[in-house]
Design a protein around this ligand. Sequence first.
Ligand SMILES: [Zn+2]
Length: 62
Amino acid sequence: MSTLAPVSITHWCRNCNAHHALQQVRRCVPAPTSLNGEVDVLICPSCNSYDIEELQEVSDAQ
Ligand SMILES: [Zn+2]
């Protein structure tokens, strides 16, 4: 399997200083207190930190 979809790095982990795409850090978790029954949270796939910051300036260049 191959994923050819372009990935833009838009999020930064303040804990381990790694950069990730939104799809890498976004997790859907059950939240019984939420109206939808679930919420989106941002978790670093490298260190499992919740300290994720969204980058304001996004460059297409690698
Ligand atoms: Zn991290």
